[in-house]
Write a protein that binds this ligand. Structure first.
Ligand SMILES: Cc1ncc(COP(=O)(O)O)c(C=O)c1O
Length: 369
């Protein structure tokens, strides 16, 4: 017998668990991790090289611990796109929004505390909760994957969680959450504890509707988290950020590691933000492709959840994993998120989406023969 994890004195709650991660398989068409399929434009690659070259000279020094220039630019981006005025004091950045969420749970969760999410939703919320010793509560949704507001309010009142997660547009289902729902849950969370409400807007740039950033006004216990991994097409950069009351930004600094955001990351993100218009140009294209996927999947005869994101949830399958495998056998990797009866496909380039649609057409035909 080989020595393994269970032979180590690891924390009890980690025993028997597997690490998070979508399969990174080498197949012709990869539509499984909600990435943007377009490589960065040459002009931006050049600008990143320039910015990183400048930063490289100073790598003997620690980076700006507070990432002031980057946070200022992120605040400008949020203000310009939402119309809701924010400045550097309202914004905090980290290595991906996963790290932002981790810092929030380290600050507001932790041993003896709990967080709630309405599932199915982004599974890392629960996993990061576990990693930070925060108890996890799985809240309810309706059959159509919208949040069941009366049941959610009841769960909040009953469990009195310290952190409430709302993902909009939701991953993996794709549907956006109306502002009234977030407001109702915020009120319930304040009455119960009060607790922090984290609105995860990782996919908001793809939404038909507006960002919920204006809700921050007068709500110091509300946090909106964002990422450059999706709309900005920079998943490899690892840059996530949040917008909130300045007190929240001060609070997360109590748990962040000193110099957590490298000078190279800060320089690269600043270069990307100089090219916001070019990068976001692809968003419109991807929204058109997303809408095409929804329409064509329905035409083929699949059920599709309304999508405000760069991915589409489709079904229903008696054995979704078997269907996932059949699509993979045709060279297309989609995601089985473990939602019984459903699979998720990311909107890719028109050619990738055509390959996916051909594959699922074949699978459908096979099921009828
Ligand atoms: C809803 C949601 N939030 C956050 C993230 C994390 O993104 P990142 O850490 O790349 O910023 C993802 C990634 O897929 C996501 O789907």
């Amino acid at each position: 017998m080989t020595f393994g994890i269970d032979d180590l004195p690891v924390r009890d709650e980690l025993r028997g668990k597997s690490p998070y991660g979508a399969p990174q398989l080498d197949v012709p068409v990869r539509l499984n991790t909600n990435e943007n399929p377009y490589p960065l434009p040459d002009a931006l690659v050049e600008r990143i090289a320039e910015r990183v070259r400048e930063a490289a000279r100073d790598l003997n020094r620690y980076p700006d611990r507070d990432a002031v220039e980057l946070r200022t630019k992120l605040a400008e981006y949020l203000t310009n796109t939402s119309g809701h005025p924010l400045d550097v004091r309202n914004v905090w950045a980290a290595n991906g929004s996963n790290e932002v969420i981790q810092q929030l749970l380290q600050t507001f969760g932790g041993p003896g505390r709990t967080a709630i999410g309405f599932e199915p939703s982004y599974s890392m919320h629960g996993l990061i909760a576990r990693g930070t010793g925060t108890g996890w509560i799985s809240g309810p949704r309706h059959e159509d994957f919208t949040i069941d507001v009366p049941a959610a309010k009841k769960a909040i009142a009953g469990h009195r969680p310290d952190v409430v997660f709302v993902t909009t547009p939701n991953n993996p289902t794709g549907n956006a959450v109306p502002a009234e729902t977030v407001l109702a849950l915020y009120e319930a969370a304040q009455a119960a504890k009060p607790s922090m409400v984290v609105v995860d807007e990782a996919y908001i740039e793809f939404s038909h509707g507006a960002s919920l950033l204006p809700l921050l006004d007068g709500r110091p216990n509300l946090v909106v988290s964002r990422t450059m991994s999706k709309a900005f097409g920079a998943a490899g950069l690892r840059l996530g950020y949040l917008a909130a009351h300045p007190a929240v930004v001060d609070a997360v600094q109590l748990v962040r590691l000193p110099y957590h955001l490298s000078a190279v990351t800060q320089a690269t993100a600043l270069a990307a933000l100089e090219h916001t218009d070019t990068l976001l140009k692809y968003v419109e294209q991807l929204k058109t492709e997303r809408d095409r996927l929804v329409a064509e999947l329905r035409a083929i005869g699949y059920e599709v959840t309304e999508s405000d994101a760069n991915f589409v949830q489709f079904g229903r399958f008696t054995d979704s994993h078997a269907t996932w495998r059949k699509i993979l056998d045709r060279g297309v990797l989609v995601r089985d998120n473990g939602v019984p009866g459903w699979l998720r496909v990311t909107a890719g380039t028109p050619e990738e989406n055509d390959a996916f649609l051909d594959a699922v057409r074949e699978v459908k035909k096979e099921q009828h023969t």
